[in-house]
Design a protein around this ligand. Structure first.
Ligand code: KG4
Ligand code: ZN
Length: 364
């Protein structure tokens, strides 16, 4: 089986070709960082236009790199939501057009399901003898748009244990960086600066730490960083101040992640005593300090921490193609395929039965 995957829900335009046994034949990602850098964040209209300009040539490039034509492909999977709607429309229309022209099934993939199943793709392509990541596992999804804890029970079967009630963690990294005059995107810049910093210099809050449940909140932490910066002597911030603030912020974020994920692990292992893995995905999963915290947490409970390689953690087409493959396998071709009347979804929770978190708005 060979599937074309298309991803356009945020600021990466991506296309990939993946086989049923988990080989990534091509994986092309065009980041729009330069377009959004002047604004210090993703501008939806700018993103949609950039997707539209690039998606056709990216699909052609992926197919050429993989050495496949439309006749070799078994299905087209495109992110159908959730995300910035202008971008999602571009990817869905492209996917539908190819499916109609080549007479292939079209699969609208939930972007979050792409992230959720990406570790099964990376484990499969890594293992020499078909090593695989079995269901169920606990997923911590931490990106610029999402911060959620979910039990992945199977394809299409998710149980959400917690979500952010305000900002996503990546967003908090990005806003912290912007306040401190660091580069965009903020996560890598904050992590770099924090290496030379004293993480105990500023006493920042740990929102939600110690509270029952697994929800997150980061807006108070962001405000505290601003106040700490304002409390310093007037004039430009010194490098050491920035480093100490970044280190203190990252330590606070790590404490919160460890606390909330610890609660989720306890709940997961109560429901599934033989559950074997904590998976972390999304752009923030690239952060080495946070990964170390999560690794310690998982080891203490005797389970593995799995973090897919960076390319599969951030937005990409391979995870969308793979989610399409998983859906085809689990549901069969007829049930997995969506009609060409599928309407792109700005909101699309993985667990529609989860109680809405107070104030969570569209982040849920
Ligand atoms: O998954 P992603 O590429 O895009 C979506 O948001 O869907 O995640 C991007 C986010 C940004 O907020 C970025 O600042 C953050 O991931 N990020 C990091 C690191 N690298 C990227 N945050 C903390 N530490 C990092 N090393
Ligand atoms: Zn994403």
């Amino acid at each position: 089986m060979i599937v074309l995957g298309i991803e356009t829900s945020c600021d990466e335009t991506a296309a990939a070709i993946v086989t049923g046994d988990g080989q990534i034949l091509a994986d092309v990602v065009l980041s729009q960082l330069d377009e959004h850098r002047p604004y210090g964040g993703v501008v939806p209209e700018v993103a949609a236009r950039a997707h539209l300009e690039n998606i056709d040539s990216l699909v052609a490039q992926a197919m050429a790199e993989a050495g496949v034509g439309f006749a070799d492909i078994d299905a087209v999977a495109a992110t159908g939501g959730p995300g910035l709607i202008g971008g999602v429309i571009v990817g869905v229309m492209t996917g539908k057009a190819i499916a109609a022209m080549a007479d292939l099934p079209f699969i609208a993939v939930n972007h979050l399901e792409g992230h959720a199943l990406s570790a099964r793709l990376s484990e499969r392509s890594r293992g020499d003898n078909g090593a695989n990541l079995e269901f169920p596992y606990l997923l911590l999804l931490v990106s610029g748009g999402h911060c959620q804890l979910l039990i992945v029970e199977g394809v299409g079967k998710y149980s959400r244990l917690g979500t952010t009630i305000d900002d996503a963690l990546g967003e908090a990294f990005d806003k912290t960086a912007k306040m401190l005059g660091l580069d965009y995107p903020g996560g890598p810049a904050v992590e770099r600066a924090a290496r030379n910093g004293d993480d105990k210099r500023f006493k920042l809050p740990r929102p939600m730490k110690g509270r029952a449940g697994c929800d997150f909140s980061f807006s108070g932490l962001k405000t505290a960083v601003r106040q700490a910066a304002l409390s310093l002597p007037e004039g430009p911030l010194q490098d050491q101040d920035v480093a100490d603030l970044c280190a203190s912020f990252q330590a606070a974020a790590g404490d919160v992640l460890a606390d909330r994920t610890g609660h989720a692990l306890d709940e997961f292992l109560t429901r599934h005593p033989r559950g074997s893995a904590l998976v972390v995905a999304g752009g923030v999963a690239a952060n080495a300090t946070l990964r170390r915290r999560l690794n310690t947490l998982a080891e203490a409970r005797g389970i593995r921490l799995i973090a897919p390689p960076g390319r599969l953690c951030t937005d990409n087409g391979a995870m969308i193609a793979w989610a399409g493959i998983e859906r085809l396998r689990a549901l069969g071709s007829d049930a997995a395929a969506d009609g060409l009347d599928f309407a792109p979804r700005p909101r699309w929770p993985l667990d529609p039965d989860a109680a809405a978190a107070a104030f969570a708005g569209v982040k849920a």
